[in-house]
Design a protein around this ligand. Structure first.
Ligand code: NAD
Ligand code: UDP
Length: 312
């Protein structure tokens, strides 16, 4: 049985990755310090003998007994609200945490995949974003703590690959949504869905003309799995290129929930990217991957989860 360490295992994406690897016959070692995650997301796995869990902060030395075939490094706050609240931990997990896991991968001769992000492109002036675009990031702005940590993560991962010959993979993840997102993490989808369900106005920031491209979690997880098993070491965008303005996105959620809530406009946060859409040519060519779940289907599935969570 192959053994995989998944960091950030109790988070939104980490918990779905745990399920994916369990379903594919792996022994999964989950690790998380629960700073933004929740054990509820992986509660169903604790009864399995092929799952174990370590409550640990990966910014500190990481020890895992036994062999490891793969490391899937997803630990990091991910929503702007979260990383503004805990900026130093965000910088540490992207830098020190990644360094620890690269060291562990080397010691175990394991292959490692790290979770990068479309935020490495900053507020992009190239559209859609290709992997070759170097980005437009404000290092001292509020998002700098996250963006620069992730850029450092890519740089040190590349250095371990070229200098130590470590087997490394990097996924640049674009906005992803689905069940197990935290209701109060401040991201657009949980904010809009919980507001709609609670009979509140939906808070659109700015005039809502900024765009995002939302990928359903099952599609993302499949892309990550294929990338890990591929032999491609440079960054690969994984996301759904179907682009929408945030105002239209809020309206879609109002329609889906069948409520008569209104949209209200609030100040646009500093350095909020104006447009974001992945160019997924590489993922298609190298991994034979493209998203399968369209937004109307993905939103329906997510809505069921949020309704249950809120007891509606
Ligand atoms: P999340 O907050 O739900 O999950 C992150 C998990 O990491 C949490 O369980 C948290 O407790 C854990 N964690 C944070 N710091 C840690 C530390 N020092 N030690 C151990 N555990 C720690 O967020 P998510 O949306 O699941 O994001 C997971 C990863 O994917 C992150 O690296 C994020 O940057 C990346 N990503 C996500 C998206 C997205 O749309 N969800 C987009 C781009 C990149
Ligand atoms: N947004 C919004 N209202 C909210 C939360 C977010 O209008 O209550 C906007 C946010 O300003 C951004 C977009 O929705 O333009 C996506 O935000 P999110 O935090 O989900 O992710 P980002 O892509 O900005 O990291």
């Amino acid at each position: 049985m192959k053994r995989v360490l998944i960091t950030g295992a109790a988070g939104f994406l980490g918990s779905h990755l745990c399920d994916k690897f369990i379903d594919n016959g792996y022994h999964v070692i989950g690790m998380d310090n629960l700073i933004t995650g929740n054990l509820d997301n992986i509660e169903h796995l604790f009864k399995l003998k092929q799952f174990e869990f370590y409550h640990h902060d990966v910014s500190k030395f990481v020890h895992v007994p036994g062999e490891l075939d793969y490391i899937v490094h997803f630990a990091s706050p991910a929503s702007p609200i979260d990383y503004l609240k805990i900026p130093i931990q965000t910088l540490k997990v992207g830098s020190l945490g990644t360094h620890n896991l690269l060291g562990l991968a080397r010691a175990k001769s394991a292959r490692i995949i790290v979770a990068s992000t479309s935020e490495v492109y900053g507020d992009p002036d190239v559209h859609p974003q290709k992997e070759e675009y170097w980005g437009n990031v404000n290092s001292v702005g509020p998002r700098g703590v996250y963006d620069e940590a992730k850029r450092f993560q890519e740089a040190i991962t590349m250095a371990y690959h070229t200098y130590h010959g470590l087997e490394t993979r990097m996924v640049r993840i674009f906005n992803t949504y689905g069940p197990r997102m935290r209701l109060d993490d401040g991201r657009a989808l949980p904010a809009f869905m919980s507001q709609a369900l609670m009979g509140e106005d939906l808070t659109v920031f700015g005039d809502g003309s900024q765009t995002r491209s939302f990928c359903y979690v099952d599609d993302l997880v499949e892309g990550i799995y294929r990338l890990l098993l591929s032999d491609y070491a440079l960054p690969v965008n994984i996301g759904n290129p179907s682009e929408i303005t945030i105002k239209e996105f809020a309206e879609e959620i109002i329609k889906l929930t069948g409520t008569d809530n209104k949209v209200v406009y609030k100040d646009l946060p500093k350095d909020d990217p104006k447009q974001r859409c992945p160019d997924i040519t590489k993922a298609k060519e190298i991994l034979g991957w493209e998203p399968k779940v369209d937004r109307s289907e993905g939103l329906k599935r997510t809505y069921e989860y949020f309704k249950n969570k809120l007891g509606k």
